[in-house]
Ligand binder design. Structure first.
Ligand SMILES: C[S@@+](CC[C@H](N)C(=O)[O-])C[C@H]1O[C@@H](n2cnc3c(N)ncnc32)[C@H](O)[C@@H]1O
Length: 482
């Protein structure tokens, strides 16, 4: 159930009452990007102004910063919230912050139980935040189909499933507490959609502060991104958070103030975390899930021993392609190569052995482990082939002439927003380019590996063994026939 929204015009009053200072800036609607921070007068800074002595455009007191520590403080002041946090939280900083915001959503709806939760500045502040954002977890099902064949297809589905299970766990644990059962669930004050929205707001607005760590900072979270930012944020001596003009900046009245959300994120990460792609500040990289070979009898043991989700990472920097896939190296060795799994009878623990050595703690380092083996080039050839096939199957699905998607990627239907269509298309094109170039680079690696003397000898011996077998079978057939 959405909480009643407050018009942005009310934010200066909220800021004043909560000791947030805005100097020469205001928060205003910027069009496509939603709200933003806009300059009220002409401002310049010298190229040498590199300290916090530069007058801040915006200062937010430390007690408004929302991070894991602040949630603990709120729990000290509000025993009803502490009861909820003890029952549901303490798993992660993000989880505790989202739980706190879920409670604020319920309080803001003003339909929950009055004996649960205490109003605080965040109860009002969340009502100034957008009711929806363009992060793909909030796209409609039809819009999410546009991501088919991109690296976000699996990532967004996995995120929605994980949000669903988080929300289910919160419901399970909190519905046993009568006041919270009434305040959150019986009243209908919050829904799964609120949880998805809060997760998206958190992801797209949290800042990494030098001392307070990952935090939400009201008002500074209204600053939009630019690849050529005019401002940055920092904590001052009192741990208040300040928005400062960058040295050597000159901006005119009416110009938007911007910060950088990072310049090392891929297009997929940008879209996933912020709901837009800025090609000027993204790096060319791609992460895809990798599955073990279907006919591998050791597949389950390998997955278990590896302990994390297998992936292929691809990137381009300074024009050169690089890729890595630690699981692919474990995936491509077998018992006949010297890999062994043993389950200890006493502890039921599984041990992994390579060439007789216990490597249970090194399953992510098989690329290094296989180096000293005489057939290491052969193992690399298998890995390169597996990775190339994975990228090729991704490329086949991403190509515009791949299986028809609903709706077609280039034509927005009335139920798909144009921004989503454009963002999905941009992501697809960026990923197609890097996939094509990596597949080509892997082809060259394959050619080199196929010329390796150990590989040649191994493949030759396999061929001889193969023809011996054919001859043997043929002579058996003759015998049978006679
Ligand atoms: C930290 S908030 C900034 C305030 C936000 N515009 C609002 O209305 O509340 C981040 C969100 O702003 C929007 N945004 C920021 N910079 C943008 C940009 N350069 N292009 C498009 N959208 C942008 C995206 O929706 C992003 O998820």
């Amino acid at each position: 159930m959405p909480s009643p929204k407050l018009p942005i015009e009310g934010l200066p009053v909220w800021a004043h009452l909560n000791n947030v200072t805005l100097t020469n800036v205001k928060i205003a609607n910027t069009g496509d990007k939603g709200f933003g921070v806009v300059c009220d007068s002409h401002l310049t800074t010298e190229a040498s102004d590199e300290t916090l002595d530069t007058p801040a455009l915006l200062t937010v007191p430390h007690d408004l910063v929302l991070n894991a520590e602040a949630v603990q403080e709120y729990a000290k002041e509000d025993r009803t919230f502490r009861e909820l946090l003890d029952a549901v939280g303490h798993q992660s900083a993000r989880g505790d912050i989202l739980l706190f915001l879920l409670v604020q959503t319920a309080l803001a709806s003003r339909i929950g139980h009055s004996s649960a939760g205490v109003l605080n500045p965040w109860t009002e502040y969340i009502q100034f935040l957008p009711e929806t954002v363009l992060l793909p977890t909030l796209w409609t099902e039809e819009e999410r189909l546009l991501l088919g064949g991109t690296s976000l297809e699996a990532a967004v589905s996995a995120k929605i499933s994980s949000l669903d299970s988080e929300f289910g766990s919160i419901y399970e644990a909190s519905s046993n507490i009568p006041r919270w059962n009434e305040a959150l669930w019986e009243s209908g004050a919050v829904s799964f959609r609120d949880w998805i929205l809060l997760d998206a707001l958190y992801r797209s607005r949290c800042l990494e502060l030098p001392r307070s760590g990952e935090s939400l900072v009201p008002c500074i979270d209204m600053v939009n991104h630019s690849a050529a930012p005019t401002a940055y944020y920092d904590e001052n001596a009192k741990d208040d958070v300040a928005l400062l003009l960058r040295p050597g900046t000159s901006i005119s009245e009416g110009d938007e103030i911007s910060i950088s959300y990072g310049d090392a994120k891929s297009a997929a990460e940008m879209l996933f975390s912020y709901g837009f792609i800025d090609p000027d500040s993204t790096v060319e990289s791609l992460v895809l899930p990798l599955e073990p070979l279907q006919d591998d009898p050791l597949a389950k043991a390998k997955l278990f021993a590896f302990g994390e989700a297998p992936k292929v990472h691809v990137s381009r920097s300074n024009g050169s392609i690089a890729w890595r896939s630690p699981f692919a190296y474990l995936m491509c060795v077998n018992e006949e190569d010297g890999l062994e799994f043993r389950v200890l009878r006493e502890t039921r623990e599984m041990n992994v052995l390579w060439q007789g050595d216990d490597v249970t703690d090194q399953t992510t380092e098989f690329q290094t482990l296989v180096q000293s083996h005489p057939l290491s080039a052969l193992f690399s050839l298998r890995v390169v082939t597996v990775v190339q096939e994975r990228l090729q199957s991704q490329l086949d699905r991403a190509q515009p002439d791949a299986e028809p998607r609903t709706p077609p990627t280039s034509e927005p239907s009335p139920t798909t927003r144009e921004t989503c269509v454009k963002a999905a298309l941009l992501l697809r094109n960026i990923e197609i380019k890097i996939l094509e170039d990596t597949i080509e680079a892997l082809e060259e690696e394959k050619t080199t590996l196929l010329a390796d003397e150990h590989v040649v000898a191994y493949l030759g011996s396999m061929e001889t063994a193969g023809s011996d077998l054919v001859e043997e079978e043929a002579s058996n057939e003759e015998d049978d026939f006679s």
